[in-house]
Design a protein around this ligand. Structure first.
Ligand SMILES: [Zn+2]
Length: 201
């Protein structure tokens, strides 16, 4: 253990909330946070995100994806590759939240990128009427998640000031922030805006 801040309890609380909203049903999604520059805690594969305990998280080395501690012999989420790509390119990011919502799938059908509507909620992403683009990138949902991670890393290296979120097609949203609460605000705002699009806005 690093002796650093332990993000597992606040991430477990988010898991309960997201599960209740239908964003993490059937063990879907994953939540992570970085207590130090070199590692992050992430949810284990195949566990219900509505009832996460301390053993349902593993601490991962940012540099090579090695498991450093935790998890009680469980595997890290396959989608750890996407979290690593975000932490490696967004050095200010300390939390990363990923869910599988109905709205994200409906809203990204036939759209690439997904241009978020400039309604009041867009302010939660730090964007308003200053002309900042509101296009969320859409990535192909490769069966080999490492390929998604590589595509995300390439995109983020090529786009120095991205919106703090992305979509994997027919899959779901990932949002990040400097803190867990900022990542939560970004995630909720994106889901709200995608729900508008899914309803024909
Ligand atoms: Zn997923």
């Amino acid at each position: 253990m690093t002796g650093a801040w332990d993000p597992r309890p606040p991430l477990a609380a988010i898991g309960r909330r997201f599960y209740e909203r239908g964003w993490m049903w059937a063990t879907a999604g994953n939540l992570s946070a970085r207590p130090d520059p070199d590692s992050f805690w992430i949810t284990a594969s195949g566990v219900s995100k509505g009832d996460l305990g301390p053993d349902d998280f593993l601490r991962i080395a940012l540099a090579d994806g090695r498991v450093l501690e935790g998890g009680a012999n469980r595997k890290p989420s396959a989608e750890t590759a996407i979290h690593r790509a975000i932490y490696q390119t967004q050095t200010a990011a300390h939390a990363c939240l990923h869910g599988h919502s109905v709205e994200s799938i409906l809203a990204s059908r036939g759209r690439d990128p997904v241009v978020l509507p400039r309604v009041e909620m867009i302010k939660a992403l730090g964007v308003w009427d200053d002309g900042t683009p509101t296009a969320l990138p859409v990535f192909t949902n490769h069966p080999d998640v490492a390929l998604i991670g590589r595509a995300v890393e390439t995109f983020l290296r090529d786009h120095p000031r991205p919106l703090p979120a992305l979509i994997v097609r027919d899959h779901g949203v990932t949002a990040w922030g400097r803190t867990i609460s900022e990542a939560l605000r970004h995630f909720e705002a994106v889901e709200f805006l995608l729900a508008l699009l899914a309803r024909g806005f």
